[in-house]
Design a protein around this ligand. Structure first.
Ligand code: SF4
Length: 467
């Protein structure tokens, strides 16, 4: 893969007779945030039920499953593993029974001190059945001697450092927690009298729920029979929303961190066109994620936007090339060039990121083979030079082409006539007055939350990538 992959999507609902069905629909809208596993836990007020499976939301729920997922509250999770191995054992929600009663948890993000906490817990006799960092939070919760669920949770989550947007379900409560930096999005909505919390507003739209507000960084919202109560148990910290949600991860029809993803992404493209202008005949997005930025680029440059690359939406994550002798479909399995648009044209390709460069190289070659006279690559974010420790699956620094190569070396590697990135100033300018509230570590190497020393090995430069 030559893409940064999303970490997870979470959804929670309280006070609706169709809780499991609505959680299913919510997860359906959040499928882009994780495709490896899916799970829903429900509560009928007495007991919790759970169903988890590997693969897509649409493939894993039936009438029988919903019949078992009884109750008026539910949480759901879609996962792409960033910490811990992949496998149904690590799928979420994770459900445990402990002295505080049954509890299920769904986590989006990554704890930077998970290993440290885990080592301490193992030293005190804890046994871990999964490799997920989320498990660590549950161990801390289960060990707490606090008298109430709220206090036990506060005691556990305040020991965690890093990125965590959480949904938790107990017998009679739905709880949402967001880390004090607010790395990952988490938003609140209402559907009639029911409460909803979810990663992105596109999940609210699908079920016709009304957006209320974002869960604040450092907030723990407890929704129960008495209504909703907000706690702020964390030491306040500078905001560090993940700018990559706007660059690539979030759906363009969502609002995250209070802004329309579509608007911000289009503005990236406008600014890119001003900063990296080039004479051209056609602007072609690399679908789907390059479409908004390409729209902005075309708008400012005056060069027409055309869909010169068509994506096959039916390529699943488990695609296996059928036979050695007919291998090397390469990127063609996913993208096919439209010759009538590209032939004899000076083409500007707009993409949202360039990670290792291997896919861009194939696409440039393919566009040239389709007859383009020039191919100019434009990227709607700055060069990715450092890995993410906050829940996004980035390669090690040695594999990030921009960390080890000059701009000219990357241009030659991908075979483009020119290459231009959006500047950091352009990126932050697009989010407006909120610019100081964003994490940009993967573009700057400056990290808002320190990570353990053994992780620092990731940052050491290795030999240059082989051509
Ligand atoms: S390092 Fe990059 S991907 Fe990770 S949270 Fe920060 S902006 Fe997002």
């Amino acid at each position: 893969m030559d893409e940064l992959r999303e970490e997870c999507g979470i959804f929670g609902i309280y006070g609706h007779t169709e809780a499991a069905n609505l959680a299913y629909l919510g997860l359906y809208a959040l499928q882009h945030r994780g495709q490896e596993s899916v799970g829903i836990a429900t509560s009928d007020g007495e007991r919790l039920q759970i169903h988890k499976a590997m693969g897509y939301v649409a493939d894993n729920f039936s009438e029988d499953t919903f019949a078992k997922l009884a109750g008026t509250s539910a949480i759901g999770h879609v996962r792409y593993s960033t910490a811990g191995e992949s496998g149904v054992k690590n799928a979420q929600p994770i459900l445990i029974d402990c002295a505080h009663g049954e509890i299920a948890i769904g986590h989006n993000g990554n704890l930077v001190n998970a290993q440290e906490l885990r080592d301490r817990l193992v030293g005190q006799g804890s046994i871990f059945q999964t490799t997920s960092d989320t498990d660590t939070l549950l161990h801390l919760y289960a060990r707490s001697r606090a008298a109430t669920i709220e206090d036990a949770l506060i005691e556990s989550v305040t020991q965690a450092q890093g990125a965590f947007s959480l949904v938790l379900l107990t017998r009679d409560r739905l709880i949402a927690v967001r880390d004090p930096h607010g790395f990952r999005p988490l938003t609140l909505g209402r559907l009639g009298d029911a409460y909803i919390v979810c990663s992105e507003t596109c999940a609210l739209d699908l079920i016709d729920a009304q957006w209320v507000r974002d869960i604040e960084p450092g907030e723990m919202l407890v929704i129960g029979p008495e209504g909703a109560k907000s706690y702020h148990p964390f030491t306040p910290a500078p905001a560090a929303h993940c700018i990559f949600e706007h660059v690539y991860f979030a759906r363009p029809d969502s609002y995250v961190f209070g802004q329309s993803v579509n608007e911000v992404r289009t503005e990236f493209g406008r600014r890119l066109a001003r900063e990296q202008a080039v004479p051209a005949d056609v602007v072609v997005p690399i679908p789907d994620s390059g479409v908004c930025a390409a729209t902005g680029f075309a708008e400012v440059s005056g060069v027409p936007l055309r869909m010169g690359l068509i994506r096959n939406h039916y390529v699943g994550r488990t695609f296996i090339e059928p036979h050695q002798s007919i291998r090397h479909f390469g990127v063609r399995v996913k993208l096919n060039p439209v010759k009538s648009i590209l032939q004899g044209k000076r083409v500007v390709l707009v993409d949202d990121s360039l990670v290792r460069g291997t896919t861009s190289r194939k696409i440039v070659k393919m566009v040239r083979a389709a007859g383009a006279s020039e191919v100019h690559m434009r990227i709607s974010c700055p060069p990715t030079v450092s890995p993410c420790f906050y829940g996004v699956d980035t390669p090690r620094r040695a594999e990030l082409i921009a960390a080890t190569h000059t701009l000219e070396e990357i241009r030659r590697y991908i075979g483009a006539d020119s290459l231009g990135y959006l500047s950091l100033e352009g990126l932050l300018g697009a989010v407006g007055p909120a610019r100081g509230d964003y994490c940009t570590s993967c573009y700057t190497g400056r990290y808002p939350v320190a990570f353990p020393q053994d992780e620092a090995a990731y940052l050491q430069l290795a030999l240059k990538l082989a051509e």
